[in-house]
Design a protein around this ligand. Structure first.
Ligand SMILES: C[S@@+](CC[C@H](N)C(=O)[O-])C[C@H]1O[C@@H](n2cnc3c(N)ncnc32)[C@H](O)[C@@H]1O
Length: 268
């Protein structure tokens, strides 16, 4: 089973998140486990203080390395730990590929949520990974832990109702997801594309692939070199306005040769 043990100063921020919706259901079904631990338990002082002023001066407080070390020792005494993740804006950016790798690896992951100015630099010696969720700075690691647990847990087999439902997600297929529609069929003068209502599954597949290519070309062309494009995709990208130079830069395969028109046999 995939287990997350989160070390935080605010476990109550994450409790409803871990216990509601699909993550809550996944826990109830024994597919995922989320343990929330208050770092203050290991403060070692009666004021439950886990931070101190930075050496060299400056604003803010820093979380002490000895507190984190005690917490990790205590968790390790209860169950083996496979990975210790420190959340920090200075870490490697977490992506869908990370989510896939973590879900495949499984095991027991400890996530350290910082606050204030973050952790004493010596905490780096205690962790296996330093992870950021993007180039911005939040007040604490709890929201980052929530993002990561959601992204990883939904890839654990059985957590989502329909196993296929994450395969077309943005980034999973290498492209952004195609647009989806549901009822009503017309809203504010905008209808649902006819192809989606026609029941021709081949045509729907083709339309969706084309839409995913168009969205990615328009919004995130940087994804295209890693999207595992097929020759038919190259043809579609050219039709959508990409240039032959762009295709070459993305290492896209050659588009299929245009079909030769069959010559009619002359009448005998
Ligand atoms: C105010 S931040 C500390 C920022 C730190 N002084 C810096 O500039 O790198 C407090 C905590 O929030 C969490 N945090 C903030 N932004 C984050 C991000 N983009 N990714 C992951 N964790 C983040 C980290 O756990 C961090 O220790």
């Amino acid at each position: 089973m995939l287990t997350f043990s989160v070390l935080t100063l605010f476990p109550e921020l994450l409790r409803p998140f871990a216990e509601e919706a699909l993550l809550g259901k996944a826990q109830a079904r024994g597919l995922v486990r989320v343990n929330l631990h208050d770092l203050r338990q290991w403060s070692g002082n009666r004021h439950h203080k886990v931070d101190d002023t930075p050496y060299g001066g400056g604003a803010g407080m820093v979380i002490r390395v000895d507190v984190v070390a005690r917490a990790l020792d205590a968790l390790r005494a209860e169950a083996p730990i496979d990975e210790v993740v420190m959340l920090t804006p200075a870490g490697q950016t977490f992506t869908q590929a990370s989510a896939e790798a973590w879900a495949t690896q499984g095991g027991h992951w400890v996530i350290l949520c910082g606050r204030y100015e973050g952790f004493d630099a010596r905490v780096e010696r205690l962790v296996t990974r330093e992870v950021s969720i993007g180039d911005f700075v939040m007040m604490g690691g709890e929201a980052a832990a929530a993002c990561i647990m959601e992204a990883v847990a939904r890839l654990v087999p059985g957590v989502l109702g329909d196993e296929a439902s994450h395969q077309d997600d943005s980034f999973s297929s290498g492209l952004l997801d195609y647009p989806e529609y549901t009822r009503p069929p017309v809203w504010a003068d905008e209808g649902v594309p006819d192809v989606l209502q026609g029941g021709n599954h081949g045509a729907i597949r083709e339309w969706r692939r084309s839409q995913a290519l168009a969205r990615t070309l328009d919004r995130r062309p940087d994804l295209l070199p890693h999207a595992g494009l097929m020759p038919q995709d190259s043809a579609e990208l050219l039709r959508l306005g990409a240039s032959a130079e762009q295709l070459a830069a993305w290492n896209a395969p050659e588009p299929p040769a245009p079909k030769q028109k069959r010559r009619r046999k002359p009448p005998v």
